[in-house]
Design a protein around this ligand. Structure first.
Ligand code: SAH
Length: 502
């Protein structure tokens, strides 16, 4: 979700013209006024939702249950924004963020929130979306024992069981991938690399990110140092000039293998050989050094052209005993510990006995597909990025799995064609990007009538929207398990089970 576009649907009723003009018609406050505010919730992007004199104020950094003194910064007709000035009553769930650049960096929105409270908030956030956007009925947390059949234990009228969020024992240093923009320091003109400041494109230089694998931090530091020594010019979004746009570091957490990707603004990377040699010197674990060319004026990190500067075109990692080759442009879940939790849940929800045909839509490098293939008769995976499909086929072979096959293309085009070719599915698994499933894919699922649908989602609002479509088409959502893939951020992953109502 992007800042400013939607605020979780809570202001949908506001008149468009007044909102557009931004006129404070009913607001009891004026800009710069100081007010005492009670915080009653958190928005989907982690801002405190405050109430003062019946008026809603969004306050960055404030937590539910707190009372704060805040300065009104912006007033609209039905809500406004205020800046936290003084904590009057702090929440017992407030903690001191461990990260030195937490305040400026836009990466972790919830580091000031106790970890168990984050997990509870994420579950509630999922429930709120299911109810508000999906118009679905939620029963509770559920107490189902592992192995018990969910579809039998939840009666249709009771509503969806939304389980507790599966959290991490050690919710730090979990990311296997860092992709950061490169810029120039306004103080010494040197190379910077780090995340953007909250709500802006100002780069906050980062040497140590506490949610990042240490090796990835090391890659970023090394690339910055080499870039300074070789005098590389960083890309400038405004002018479109400069060479180096982004650095991507990816670590195979089990294998220790490192991939470094330099995203450049032109085909030519000056001193490319020097780059490769110095990276190898400074990072002995490196297995793959890759250049990706992105000549477009866009926020998208990668361009279409990738070439290996040194080493392999992939690195390897293991998930639950399955080995995966991962190339630069392929999607690979960033938190391997929680990925295993998520995929095991997807396999459990698929309810396989060994003979079923399963379709894995949005399959990436075939991760969920291969987890499923161990328990299914046959698995078909589809994914839009051709390199990812090459990885997926390679991964099936690498693991001696011969009941999975893959095809590159849009799921909403390929699966209807499979249907015409006579392929049927007992279970369809979907794991779409944030925008959710294409309507044509949902239609095809309803036409194919699999017994179960397993919906893996990284965005509760599009999940809720799509579940509504599937429910209207004859499916019942039995249970949803939120998984904390991204501790200290507002993001939450969910695995949902739907069954066909006969
Ligand atoms: N299931 C995989 C990937 C999930 S991410 C995993 O767990 O690793 C979503 C994937 O959907 C990405 O790989 C993205 O490239 C792909 N994708 C995006 N739009 C698509 C579409 N219309 N059809 C098929 N795949 C698509």
């Amino acid at each position: 979700m992007h800042k400013g576009k939607s605020r979780g649907g809570s202001h949908k009723g506001r008149p468009r013209n007044a909102a557009a003009a931004g006129e404070p018609v009913n607001a009891p406050f004026q800009k710069n006024e100081e007010v005492t505010v009670d915080i009653i919730g958190l928005t989907h992007d982690g801002e405190g939702v405050g109430r003062a004199d019946g008026f809603t104020l969004f306050i960055q950094g404030a937590l539910p249950g707190e009372r704060v003194r805040a300065k009104v910064m912006k007033v609209k007709k039905q809500y406004g924004y205020a800046r936290l000035e003084e904590m009057l009553e702090a929440s017992p769930a407030r903690v001191e963020p461990l990260c030195a650049i937490h305040k400026e960096c836009g990466g972790c929105q919830l580091q000031h929130f106790d970890y168990p409270a984050q997990l509870e908030w994420k579950r509630q956030h999922v429930v709120d979306n299911l109810v508000r956007i999906g118009k679905l009925k939620v029963a509770g947390e559920g107490s189902r024992l592992d192995g018990e059949d969910a579809s039998a234990s939840a009666s249709a009228s009771a509503g969806i069981i939304v389980h507790r969020t599966i959290g991490m024992d050690e919710p730090w240093r979990y990311r296997n991938k860092a992709a950061v923009p490169v810029g120039v320091s306004s103080t010494d003109g040197g190379l910077l690399a780090g995340f953007y400041a909250r709500g802006s494109h100002r780069i906050i230089d980062m040497d140590d990110c506490l949610i990042q694998h240490e090796q990835n931090d090391e890659v970023i530091r090394v690339v910055k140092r080499i870039g300074r020594e070789l005098g590389v010019s960083p890309y400038d979004e405004e002018t479109g000039r400069g060479v180096l746009r982004h650095v991507m570091a990816r670590t195979g957490v089990v294998t220790g293998e490192i991939m470094v990707v330099l995203v450049t603004n032109s085909k030519k990377l000056p001193q490319a050989d020097q780059w490769a040699e110095r990276i190898r010197q400074d990072l002995p674990g490196v297995k793959s050094i890759v250049q990706n060319v992105n000549e477009k004026n866009t926020n998208v990190i990668f361009g279409d052209e990738t070439r290996v500067l040194w080493g392999s075109d992939v690195i390897y990692d293991d998930l639950d005993g399955i080995r995966f080759a991962i190339s630069a442009r392929s999607f690979y879940q960033v938190n391997p510990t929680q990925t295993v939790e998520l995929y095991r849940k997807a396999v459990e929800y698929a309810g396989l006995t060994g003979s079923e045909t399963v379709i894995d839509a949005y399959c990436g490098i075939g991760t969920i597909s291969l987890f499923l293939a161990r328990h299914a008769g046959r698995v078909y995976g589809v994914e839009i990025v051709p390199e990812a499909i090459e990885d997926a086929s390679r991964n099936a072979e690498l693991n001696g799995i011969n009941n999975a096959s893959f095809e590159a293309g849009p799921a909403e085009v390929v699966i209807p064609r499979w249907r015409e070719e006579g392929i049927t599915a007992d279970v369809i698994v979907v794991d779409p990007p944030r925008k959710g499933c294409d309507p044509a894919l949902l239609e095809t699922i309803l036409a194919m009538q699999p017994e179960r649908v397993v919906y893996v989602s990284c965005n509760p609002s599009t999940l809720a929207r799509d579940l509504r479509v599937l429910e209207d088409g004859g499916y019942r959502t039995v249970e949803v398990t939120p998984v904390d893939m991204f501790p200290h951020t507002v993001h939450v992953e969910c695995c949902s089970l739907l069954v066909r109502q006969d």
